[in-house]
Ligand binder design. Structure first.
Ligand code: 5RP
Length: 258
């Protein structure tokens, strides 16, 4: 199969194949959105069928829900489950701290909700998404259509006060009309080039009235599987080692006060 694919697609395919090995019978699985996630859904459906596995799947978009249903997977909504064992999704960028930019497919709102409800989030990707610093990929920001121009103005004010190298914002369009998300919202893409402090930017954007969700995923992903064009893959796990500063603060809190 991977012989007929471009190098990038072969890498995505390899990562997707490796990720479904993490799934066990009886699990509730979050299904991501995008071309890499679509490979994973196909591989998961095949494995479930071949091995007679019972899985409950929570898709992150109507697109993924349609594909999963067509392949015979059991699809439910997020409110139909108490928790999700593992979500497998793609990403537009990831850095060394497993911080992500997502939303290239305009699905980041549901993707973040599903990831937040999951015990684990595995990102599957080809090597091109591995970055030193987030920001080369435009950051998607989902906004409510009502008053979106005012929301965009407030986003620009936040960007003006943020440590980023670019500040252009563009309403995402397709066929002459704004792209609508599954929630019926617009997406503004912020061309930031370099995001020096993703945590601060994440909080500042989330605080803007009219912003529903942005594509910075922080503290959600614990595993990244990088697929290579030759079919091999590597798995990176989040470093759980606490920073020395945190250890000292915790020990200090245990000392008796005078
Ligand atoms: C959709 C996403 C996708 O995961 C991201 O855009 C990666 O897509 P692809 O796997 O097609 O490269 O965030 O909202």
């Amino acid at each position: 199969m991977s012989d007929t694919l471009s190098p990038a697609e072969a890498g995505k395919f390899a990562a997707a194949m490796a990720s479904v090995a993490e799934i066990e019978d009886g699990m509730t699985v979050g299904l991501g959105t995008g071309s890499t996630a679509a490979w994973m859904v196909r591989a998961l459906a095949k494995r479930a069928k071949d091995e007679g596995m019972t899985l409950t799947c929570v898709p992150t978009s109507e697109r993924t829900a349609g594909l999963a249903r067509a392949l015979g997977l059991t699809v439910v909504g997020l409110d139909d489950v108490d928790r999700i064992d593992v979500t497998i999704d793609g990403a537009d960028e990831f850095d060394g701290h497993m911080r992500l930019i997502k939303g290239g497919g305009a699905a980041h709102l549901r993707e973040k909700l599903v990831a937040a409800a999951s015990d684990r989030m595995i990102v599957i990707t080809d090597p091109s998404k591995d970055v030193e610093t987030l920001g080369a990929f435009p950051l998607p920001i989902e906004v409510i259509p009502f008053g979106w121009k005012g929301t965009e103005k407030r986003i620009r004010e936040v960007l003006a006060a943020s440590e980023v190298d670019g500040r252009e914002t563009v309403l995402r369009m397709k066929d002459g009309a704004p792209v609508l998300t599954d929630q019926g919202n617009y997406v503004i893409d912020a061309h930031l080039k370099r995001i020096a402090d993703p945590e601060s930017l994440s909080m500042a954007l989330a605080d803007i009235p009219g912003v529903v969700e942005h594509g910075l995923f922080i503290g959600l992903c614990d595993t990244v599987i990088i697929g290579h064009p030759d079919g091999k893959h590597e798995t990176r796990m989040h470093d759980q080692t606490p920073a020395w500063g945190d250890v000292i603060m915790e020990l200090a809190a245990l000392l008796p006060t005078a």
